[in-house]
Design a protein around this ligand. Structure first.
Ligand SMILES: O=c1ccn([C@@H]2O[C@H](COP(=O)(O)OP(=O)(O)O[C@H]3O[C@H](CO)[C@@H](O)[C@H](O)[C@H]3O)[C@@H](O)[C@H]2O)c(=O)[nH]1
Ligand SMILES: [Mn+2]
Length: 737
């Protein structure tokens, strides 16, 4: 009897790809909605042309422009809904196609930049969580890049290596799933003598490290041997975070350092690249490129995982999932990276600051996965080392043979020649007149180096894969104060505009290189901050007109009114549906749309202004690190779902001004209508103001009702009240000619 050919050659299944069935319904809705948007723009153009006064002409023009932006942003989001895909992997089949001896080596990069904003204990936890992966230790190397050039961070990692020699075998023996010690001891872990002992050991290590960090100095009492002393001696008098030589310290070495059961430890290497005030360092992109070179010289693993210091591994099996793709020869030559979503721990119930970014981190990448693959989001991403050296069929060779992705390292990592070469490639002048940052490695030129690099790689022809298992592979911290959130979003805004208005803009270069749909996906992200234009206009203009009794939208009895109603309800309903179908709750969606409005008059707006001043050469802005330090009282308020203002941030000024203007306009409008005003003509404006007021409730609370430290600073409230009054006065004196 003959065996069917397919069955005889069938390989065990490693991964599958399926497309969402909701696609057709969505295409239909998109087609109708597009017609509605076009009709609205036509309506605005018509009103503008037939307007009799200068005022009504400029108003129609303003709304024509803002609705055009709305329409553009809405249509680009539809690219993500064109062909959403879902993937599954079958790591249980991996052993059938591959022996453990054949597993490729992995280099893990962890970035940190400031021991006071990024507590070293949390860096330690991240490092330990990846060192403890279910993977042959001799194939695993963890590199920690310290852009803060801090001996406190080095000290913490020295302690991490010592503690790791107990922690790793403990995890192995007990099949621990939470391999980040902090998360493990916070969880409901089994109480045994061994686990209790481990906890004592962890707590004392943590305390030890925190003491040193609090004291700000690694004194002799904390140094236990000559090797350590030599390492810390590098922090001489002239050593500052902006000006210092390279420090590379091997804290644990494969084959040499063993855990307490005698098994090999993975490599753990501390790298602080050379810094000088006279050389640009390109922030995180620069740090990652330095690590790319240092790791090439020392281990040169074909697969690289990049992590932010707060993103610990939450699943020891993740590397097996990744191998399901990278071991498949059919996709290996095209797939450049495998992106896991950014997911977070410690979000409050309704996620008041919408830090989950469900669209950015889940819905959009799933949409792109059915096309050429998701964008890169900076952390939780596995790269094939080859992607950093040209497109799939156009290799760009690095300047040194040792840096080539196919170079084989023959000497141990602490060999004199290896260390000398590693120092050489970490030099701050090394990249001068080279391809690094332009054609090779992570790309420079944008504060969102992650987005930009992924985008450029996809333009070169690389595809990517989105992997999002039910159990999050990585978990990170979220900012817990509104000011931190807005500042983070502002930095992203500046970085995105840098791409949007560069010669590599997705609307021109992107569309040409990767086709219209992928190009539009990237364009949606690049133009994210231009939401500020319609959002700011809609936050003030209809309200100021309302206060003056000027009707600017169609009357309820007018047929054009239904167009407005359809556009508003249609977009909101679609957005809400997509959000809730992606495991969202209604209240989280509500927070999400609220934060979108808030960002419109704060981070998007300030980001756009900063970008402009940068273009004009008036000011430059660096990478403002997001704080990962938890303040007790702030944490408490965050957990209760209370907004945190507290500081005098310039971004709070337009926010409170808008809140005040809308409140007054809403009540003023209602009073006017009761006194016999034109309800029919003013309804839309009253509705818009009312909708903003409902969204602004936490702001009113923070301005008048609250007494805690997180309330709105009185100065901000006063300035905003004054500005609201000034706007009102100006509006009421605008001649209606
Ligand atoms: O000069 C620098 C500045 C930052 N970092 C590191 O970059 C990471 C991200 O910084 P963070 O302050 O946490 O910024 P976020 O806005 O939270 O990060 C998101 O946005 C960044 C781009 O702006 C991406 O790099 C990140 O991966 C992405 O998670 C951290 O590990 C930092 O240590 C450096 O290594 N060197
Ligand atoms: Mn972060």
């Amino acid at each position: 009897m003959e065996v069917p050919a397919a069955a005889a050659t069938a390989k065990p299944l490693l991964h599958t790809l399926t497309f969402s069935r909701a696609m057709v319904a969505n295409h239909l809705f998109a087609a109708i909605y597009t017609c509605a948007v076009l009709a609205l723009l036509y309506h605005h153009a018509l009103t503008a042309l037939s307007s009799t006064t200068f005022l009504s002409f400029s108003l129609s023009l303003a709304f024509l422009f803002s609705d055009f932006v709305f329409g553009f942003m809405w249509s680009t989001t539809q690219s993500f809904l064109m062909r959403p895909a879902h993937r599954r992997v079958f790591p249980e089949n991996l052993r059938k196609v591959m022996r453990e001896e054949d597993f490729p080596a992995m280099d893990v990069f962890i970035c940190t930049a400031d021991p006071h904003k990024e507590p070293p204990v949390s860096v330690v936890n991240t490092a330990l969580s990846v060192m403890a992966y279910d993977y042959p230790a001799e194939k695993l190397s963890v590199y920690v890049s310290d852009d803060g050039g801090s001996d406190l961070t080095l000290f913490a990692l020295v302690e991490a290596a010592k503690f790791g020699s107990h922690w790793l075998p403990f995890c192995r023996r007990n099949k621990v799933v939470e391999r980040c010690p902090e998360a493990y001891f916070e969880s409901n872990y089994p109480q045994s003598n061994e686990s209790k002992q481990m906890k004592v050991m962890y707590e004392s290590m943590k305390k030890w490290v925190e003491n040193v960090v609090d004291s700000g100095k690694v004194t002799d009492d904390y140094i236990t041997n000559e090797q350590e002393r030599q390492a810390f001696n590098k922090w001489t008098r002239g050593f500052t975070r902006h000006d210092h030589p390279t420090v590379i310290q091997v804290l644990s070495e494969v084959g040499k350092d063993k855990d307490i059961t005698g098994e090999s430890m993975p490599n753990l290497i501390y790298v602080s690249r050379q810094k000088s005030r006279n050389s640009p360092h390109h922030f995180k992109g620069g740090a990652l490129n330095a690590l790319l070179r240092v790791s090439a010289v020392m281990t040169n693993a074909p697969i690289i995982l990049t992590l932010d210091c707060d993103m610990y591994s939450n699943d020891p099996q993740t590397l097996h999932r990744v191998l399901c793709y990278f071991s498949d020869a059919t996709i290996c030559s095209k797939v450049g990276y495998i992106q896991f979503p950014q997911r977070f721990h410690g979000l409050n119930k309704n996620d008041i600051y919408a830090c989950e970014f469900k669209r950015l981190f889940l819905i959009h990448p799933m949409g792109m996965d059915g096309l050429a693959g998701p964008n890169h989001v900076g952390t939780g991403c596995f790269f094939s080392r080859r992607v950093f050296f040209g497109g799939p069929s156009s290799f760009v060779s690095p300047e040194l043979p040792e840096l080539r992705p196919d170079h084989v390292v023959k000497e141990p990592i602490q060999a004199q020649s290896i260390l000398a070469m590693a120092h050489r490639v970490a030099d701050c002048k090394y990249e001068d007149q080279s391809n690094w940052g332009s054609k090779v490695g992570f790309r420079y030129g944008s504060l969102v180096e992650d987005y930009y690099t992924g985008y450029r790689l996809q333009c070169e022809g690389w595809q990517s894969v989105f992997c999002h298992p039910n159990r999050p592979a990585f978990l990170g911290d979220v900012p817990i104060t509104l000011n931190d959130v807005l500042n983070q979003n502002k930095r992203w805004s500046v970085g995105l505009l840098e791409v949007a208005f560069s010669k590599y803009s997705p609307v021109t270069f992107g569309v040409q290189s990767m086709g219209p749909i992928m190009g539009h996906c990237y364009a949606h992200l690049a133009f994210w901050p231009i939401w500020s234009i319609p959002l700011t206009i809609y936050a003030f203009l209809p309200q100021l007109a309302l206060l003056n009794g000027v009707s600017i939208f169609p009357k309820v009895s007018d047929t054009w009114f239904f167009l407005y109603a359809f556009l508003f309800l249609g977009a909101y309903a679609q957005d809400c549906l997509v959000f809730i179908l992606c495991e969202g709750t209604f209240l989280r969606w509500w927070s999400d749309q609220r934060m979108w409005m808030l960002r419109g008059v704060t981070s998007y707006l300030f980001g756009s202004i900063e970008f402009l001043t940068k273009c004009l050469g008036i000011a430059t802005h660096g990478f403002n690190l997001t704080s990962k330090v938890l303040d007790g009282e702030q944490s408490k308020r965050y957990d209760q779902g209370t907004f945190e203002f507290g500081v005098e941030s310039p971004m709070f000024v337009p926010l409170s001004t808008a809140a005040i203007v809308n409140l007054i306009a809403f009540f003023g409008g209602l009073v006017g209508v009761f006194r016999g005003g034109d309800f029919d003509g003013l309804f839309v404006q009253i509705f818009v103001a009312g909708f903003v007021v409902v969204n602004c409730w936490p702001i009113y609370e923070a301005m008048v009702l609250r007494t805690d430290k997180g309330r709105m600073p009185t100065k901000t409230t006063l300035i905003s009240t004054f500005l609201a009054w000034a706007l009102y006065t100006a509006a009421s004196h605008t001649p209606h000619i």
